[in-house]
Design a protein around this ligand. Structure first.
Ligand SMILES: [Zn+2]
Ligand SMILES: [Zn+2]
Length: 78
């Protein structure tokens, strides 16, 4: 049996790496530069940028996607 619970898990569960430092784990996402960054990058380049934790950034985007799909679902239902 494959539980329905798996569909609720975000697909981005794998480790993401910094674009500038491929050996470093990128746990942050710079919304100003639109790229994954590590903590070293924040200090050096993205200090004054708009950045967020990766899970939160992707959760935001996911919400936008879900919201944009809603009207379509409603149209199908009626
Ligand atoms: Zn980096
Ligand atoms: Zn940046």
């Amino acid at each position: 049996m494959t539980g329905d619970v798996t569909t609720l898990v975000p697909p981005l569960k794998k480790t993401l790496f910094c674009a500038t430092h491929p050996s470093k784990e990128a746990d942050l996402y710079c919304e100003t530069c639109d790229e994954l960054i590590c903590r070293d990058c924040i200090v050096r380049v993205h200090r004054d940028h708009q950045y967020d934790l990766v899970p939160e950034s992707f959760a935001k985007q996911e919400k936008v996607i879900v919201d944009s799909l809603k009207p379509v679902e409603e149209q199908i239902a009626t």
